[in-house]
Write a protein that binds this ligand. Sequence first.
Ligand code: PLI
Length: 460
Amino acid sequence: MPHRSWAEPYKIKMVEPIRMTTREDREQAIAAAGYNSFLLKSEDVYIDLLTDSGTSAMSDYQWAGLMLGDEAYAGSRSFYHLVDAVRETYGYEELIPTHQGRGAEHILSQILIKQGDVVPGNMYFTTTRFHQEYAGGSFVDVIIDEAHEPDSEHPFKGNIDLVKLQAIVDEYGADRVPYVSFETNVNLAGGQPASMANFREVYEFCSRYGILVMLDATRALENAYFIQQREGGYHDKSIKEILAEICSYSHGATVSSKKDNLVNIGGFLAVRDPELARRARALLVAFEGLHTYGGMSGRDMEALARGIREMVETDDHVAARVGQVLYLGEKLIKAGIPIVRPVGGHGIFLDAAAILSHLPQEHFPAQALTATLYLDAGVRGMERGIVSAGRDPSTGDHHYPRLELVRLAIPRRVYTQAHMDVVAESVVSVYEERERVKGLRFTYEPPELRFFQARFEPLD
Ligand code: PLI
């Protein structure tokens, strides 16, 4: 059969103009931002790939839901719509709505972690690890080794290594391991999935020791898509069925709804155990809001309930979403650009350590590459390397992650294939000039989550 193209399963009803900038504009903007893409003004950005978080385009049905949101302080109709959507899609009975993912992480960490506990997880995420440490625990990475190798073509680089997990339980004892923090489609590994076999094995392992499995189901939809495409026995199952099966191997989940769930704000903690939910709600009312709205307005909950249903209504949505990421990834691979492989679910991860091999990690190659890419054509990415990894609280030294990456995260339903072409051409152009890129040094380093607000200057 001749090659047939596919296109997005939606059409565009409203547009948002974006400003074109000159190289001089961008030189001024990045210097004013202290060479940190988080500190750029969005009006100075042409194609914004800083994050796929809260940047999705909502559907007309979701926008209509905003008008129907029930803003009652207690017992909002929109809350019950959200409870039903989460139950039917993720399978958890108890819903604790939060303002976004980190609100759910805060509450989960506070109810489960005691001082001195150890929380194994498949690669850290910045806010997740922060809340685990803030609650008195320490995070231990138990992801498989392949996750740290940008070139490894392992189909499930998000898998947990059961041997590493066993070693943690043997060393600390199961009573110091409150739960395993199992992230779906692991963000910092490059949007890499875990297999269904691994979700099942980890759940069985933990059940033997009485350890809970808490998913970070923020990008579980994209994980479900990779299972459908790559794992035997799942080709004929729907995304909805696969997602429900993933969640069946857990006791609960935190979700940042700003990703898979197609809304601009919101999140939740969902659990099965009513007693755990009771403890979570006690904190929810102190830190977020009453238990039937938590951190969200009625209209936000209404749009979220609709987004959750929409993401699994057909398999076409996720196929197009991951398909667009793959389109950009394949262009870069063809041009010989070192990126994390296989191409992940939510963005392309440039291997800054390989691209800027003349810079030592202490000179922040991924931060420097992010700034250079912005200068070239106004494409904004995000550092995901040593700056994001922060410092070890006990030694004060940098964490030295093996992955030194620039993430180009693709918002859902926002940009076209033509935007992806512009991005690919800009990356290639920067790659050709890579030897000229200089390292950076801090001019300001915040003590916590430093990547958000740090400032830098180029080294001579
Ligand atoms: O940004 P929040 O607070 O809604 O969610 C925090 C969060 C938790 N888990 C994972 C895997 C995330 O990716 C995540 C947020 N990610 C951001 C902001 C990102 O740019 O990837």
